[in-house]
Design a protein around this ligand. Structure first.
Ligand code: ADP
Ligand code: MG
Length: 605
């Protein structure tokens, strides 16, 4: 993703939008655009939360309700300024979102959406039954927002507040998506093959980023609710119920979930269509009823079937054809390098694995395995399929908890710690099943590996204060890509690469974290002969540079050529350890591999 793919049209659209109330356009246009701006604010939150993060929420209308009622109560009952109402609303929303998020974001699958429905319903009925908030009649007579002598009383005036907020939010979300925290957020989406394993292995707390997205989305909805309340000059519970919660999600899906432009496209399309349908459908079907709901249902099914990414990607592809897009390729390689850690001297104790064990129910996948790695070593871990190599790897890197045993990395005990802490201690890894973010460029994927060497958070990113550090991270990513020979594919989408280069990108990403020990899980699996040779060259070069490697590999020849020592596993047990010639000469190893081959032969028959 690039920060602003179409800077000129975006600037032109902004000027036009903000200038509109000065032109002699009908009031009706302004009213419509006010609603579209208000909806877009909420939907922008959903773009981040649902489109990018993969966390579905039906409850955003409730957060808008908190914003509306906070200011309603403060201004009408206590007689305070709308701006205090905004601050109070934001504070209450942030606290609520943190509390609800902490409770529900650990839930997986469908529990989160269900929880958001519950919470939206609960808040609706709570508001509707509170005497102080006027029950279902709500609160009347909210004052207009004023700033100095300017009053935003008329629709044409509050338009500027609404669209100012919406455009600023769009700017903030756009910047956020293209930043250190944004890369982690984009890696989380389970619907697009993401998850928390890889970001955690890069050192990021995924729960924290889910919370950040949840809070930002809630705050955007809150601002929308605040603006709505002061536009209407009254509040009642109906716009904050579950019906609107669903409609916001509908807008996000139709517009193009996961894109900033989609939030605006979706809000506009649904609002305008709804108005038209409300006029036409009763004429067709007769009588009066909410027929538009039926049409929306059908449209939703059609969109999900034929344009699952929504309408915006179609629009933006069209724009890309006629408009000059910004060149996103600039990498400033003169940027000062990121700080690097001090690595242990060659020969120093690096990793000490002592009798680690993993049981999955009755199956002992890793049975009291021990081995050591010294700085500068390349150690291979081999064994037939199902021997427990990947599990051993996951135990050492903290992806799986140990049943028992000890792991010491650079003199620190790391068993029992999560993969995020272990990454911080200096270990980085790749995955047997490649875990790249397919819709990010190769460069961005590698920059994700710089996570622990950089600091900018979501607020800094939204304010654009992370630029210097971003330049450093991109330059570092480019250096690592050059190191593995993929610099000329830096701007391809990672998902478009073949498996071989994808595995190399994973290695570059791991290298970008400046590890003291690099763990590679079956880097040669599924590669063609030429790709294997290229990979072997890269690994030899890394070895020459003094990097320490633990290499899991099924392919014996590949391991023999590269490693100093080899640990052999079979059925979870330690079989032997030795130099490549020793292992090659071992009858036990040969029997293990032949046994495995026999099995595959049988399987074929
Ligand atoms: P390798 O990487 O050597 O091929 P693995 O470590 O992937 O082997 O698997 C070792 C054994 O543990 C296999 O029998 C596998 O089926 C089992 N296993 C691996 N992961 C799990 C899990 N999450 N739950 C249950 N069994 C598992
Ligand atoms: Mg494996």
């Amino acid at each position: 993703m690039t920060r602003f793919p179409f800077p000129l049209p975006a600037a032109a659209a902004t000027v036009l939008l903000l200038g509109l109330p000065l032109l002699p356009v009908p009031d009706f246009w302004i009213t419509q655009l006010n609603y579209i701006g208000l909806f877009s604010l909420v939907v922008l939150g959903l773009v981040l939360l649902t489109g990018v993060g993969g966390l579905t929420s039906f409850g955003q209308a409730a957060f808008a309700g908190v914003g509306a009622y906070a200011t309603g109560y403060l201004t009408t009952v206590l007689g305070l300024s709308p701006w205090l109402g905004l601050i109070a609303g934001l504070a209450v929303t942030a606290a609520l979102a943190l509390a609800i998020g902490a409770l529900t974001l650990r839930m997986s699958g469908h529990y989160l959406p269900l929880a958001t429905i519950c919470w939206c319903l609960a808040l609706y009925y709570l508001i509707g039954n509170l005497e102080v908030l006027g029950k279902y009649d709500g609160l009347l007579g909210l004052p207009a927002v004023t700033l100095g002598d300017v009053s935003f009383q008329s629709e044409r005036r509050i338009y500027w507040l609404i669209w100012g907020a919406a455009l600023l939010a769009a700017l903030g979300v756009t910047r956020l998506l293209d930043s250190r925290p944004g890369r982690i957020m984009r890696a989380l989406n389970a619907n697009r093959g993401g998850g928390s394993t890889m970001p955690e292995a890069m050192g990021a707390s995924t729960l924290r980023y889910k919370l950040v997205m949840f809070v930002i989305a809630a705050l955007l909805a809150c601002v929308s609710g605040w603006l709505y309340a002061h536009m209407q000059r009254s509040v009642n519970p109906s716009p904050f119920g579950i019906k609107f919660g669903i409609e916001y999600l509908f807008m996000a899906v139709v517009g193009g979930i996961g894109t900033v432009g989609g939030a605006f496209a979706g809000a506009a399309l649904v609002k305008l269509a709804e108005d038209q349908l409300k006029v036409w459908l009763p004429l067709v079907f007769g009588g009066s009823g909410n027929y538009e709901i039926i049409v929306f249902g059908i449209v939703l099914v059609l969109v999900l079937r034929f344009a699952p990414d929504g309408l915006w990607p179609l629009v933006s592809r069209l724009l890309a054809r006629v408009l000059p897009a910004r060149d996103a390729r600039a990498v400033d390689e003169t940027a000062p390098p990121l700080a690097s850690r001090s690595h242990p001297p060659r020969g120093a104790a690096l990793l000490d694995v002592r009798a680690i064990r993993k049981q999955f129910g009755g199956l002992v996948a890793v049975n009291d395995i021990s081995f050591q790695i010294r700085a500068g070593d390349i150690v291979g871990l081999i064994g037939p399929n199902g021997a427990g190599k990947s599990t051993t790897f996951n135990l050492v890197s903290g992806v799986l908890p140990l049943t028992r045993g000890e792991v010491e990395l650079l003199g620190q005990r790391v068993d029992g710690r999560g993969s995020r802490d272990i990454a911080r201690a200096g270990l980085s890894r790749t995955f047997q099943h490649v875990k790249l973010v397919p819709d990010m460029t190769v460069l961005e994927n590698v920059a994700l590996g710089c996570y622990l060497r950089t600091k900018s958070g979501a607020v800094a990113a939204m304010l654009g204060l992370d630029r210097a550090e971003e330049r450093q991270a991109r330059a570092e990513a480019m250096r690592q890509l050059r190191r593995i020979g993929l610099a000329d594919q830096a701007f391809e989408l990672a998902g478009n690469l073949a498996l071989g280069p994808q595995r190399l990108v994973e290695i570059a990403r791991a290298l970008a974290s400046d590890p003291s020990l690099l763990l590679l899980d079956e880097p040669a699996a599924g590669l063609r002969h030429k790709e294997k040779e290229a990979l072997a060259e890269v690994l030899k070069q890394l070895k020459a540079e003094g990097l320490s490697l633990l290499l899991v590999e099924h392919d014996m020849d590949f391991v023999m050529k590269l490693t100093d020592r080899i640990v052999v596993m079979e059925f979870g047990r330690w079989l032997m350890e030795g130099t490549p010639p020793e292992v090659q000469a071992s009858p036990a190893v040969r029997a293990a591999y032949l046994g495995a081959d026999d099995l595959t032969d049988e399987g074929r028959i």
